[in-house]
Write a protein that binds this ligand. Structure first.
Ligand code: C2E
Ligand code: CA
Ligand code: CA
Ligand code: CA
Length: 278
């Protein structure tokens, strides 16, 4: 019954099944997954170009489903959002990521952890306090956390979103505009928001070495981001030529398969270890 997604079937397809028993079952399963720890995080390194060091990682959620195996976010994020489970999912992800960050720092590994947040988080005015509370509970400094928000998300309830972002910034948490360029707001408009980082969508990065158009978008976005005092991040760098081109342009941070795919924590640690001794 599930539609074939980018990397496999979705847990539930809103369009095809409407509401009904199938949906209720999928929601119940997801609720259980959130409550009982079936969600895990993989971490993808973010390379600081100027130093050649991995200064941070992005936490990406996976669902270790008892029957279906490892599921990617495309298979359940939409359902979480529509079923009102996103607040609970984000809390779980944030808690897990900060516990991991604390464990790493206890072993001398200082990484900035980026966590993705959703529309429902940004219209929840208690969210900044929740984030601050979790940081305190895990003894993690706010500067070690970046929250990634998508552009579309910022358009929905703008005033409330700005208040929530301002609250996060006041707490000392970094804020990144994710998937930049896929919506239709201008960077001039987005720059009025309290953010620290701009992450250009991978569609432009992936094609920049073969397309003058994409290259122009990368170059101009980077210049504008820098003019506005934002850290410029390129995601989806899949080959060495792209990484070199980004470095030559003055890109601050690079993320993508060329460096490493998202990895479970132990594998990430091993990967960091081999890099350090290479
Ligand atoms: P995103 O935030 O844009 O995350 C980057 C996605 O690009 C990840 O997919 C990552 O595996 C993939 N990626 C990384 N490097 C490359 C590359 O070089 N080439 C290509 N083609 N892809 C690359 P993933 O893990 O499947 O996540 C998909 C989306 O699901 C994320 O997109 C994000 O919007 C959402 N997501 C993931 N984790 C969470 C979460 O904890 N909470 C929420 N609300 N959303 C999440
Ligand atoms: Ca992201
Ligand atoms: Ca992105
Ligand atoms: Ca995305």
């Amino acid at each position: 019954a599930a539609k074939a997604g980018r990397r496999g079937p979705v847990v539930y397809d809103e369009q095809r099944h409407g509401s009904g028993r199938h949906r209720l079952e999928a929601v119940a399963q997801l609720r259980r997954a959130i409550d009982e720890g079936e969600l895990t995080l993989h971490y993808q390194p973010k390379l600081r170009v100027a130093t050649g060091r991995v200064e941070g990682v992005e936490a990406l959620v996976r669902w270790q489903h008892p029957e279906r195996g490892l599921l990617f976010p495309d298979a359940f994020i939409e359902l979480a959002e529509s079923a009102g489970l996103m607040a609970a999912l984000t809390s779980r992800v944030l808690d897990t990521a900060l516990a991991q960050r604390r464990e790493w720092s206890d072993r001398g590994l200082e990484l900035v952890v980026s966590v993705n947040v959703s529309p429902s988080n940004l219209v929840d005015e208690r969210f900044p306090d929740e984030a601050a509370g979790l940081l305190a509970r895990h003894g993690v400094p706010a500067t070690a956390l970046v929250l990634e928000v998508t552009e579309s998300l910022l358009m929905e309830d703008r005033e409330r979103a700005v208040r929530v972002l301002a609250g996060l910034r006041e707490a000392g948490v970094g804020v990144s505009i994710d998937d930049y360029g896929t919506g239709y707001s201008s960077l001039a408009y987005l720059a009025t928001l309290p953010v620290t980082e701009l992450k250009l969508d991978r569609t432009f990065v992936r094609t920049m070495t073969g397309s003058a158009r994409s290259a122009a978008i990368v170059t101009s976005t980077l210049q504008l981001a820098h003019a506005l005092g934002l850290v410029f991040v390129a995601e989806g760098a899949e080959d060495p030529v792209t990484v070199e081109a980004l470095a030559a342009l003055g890109c601050d941070v690079v993320q993508g398969y060329q460096l490493s795919p998202p990895l479970p924590p132990e594998q990430l640690e091993r990967w960091l270890g081999t890099r350090a001794t290479a």
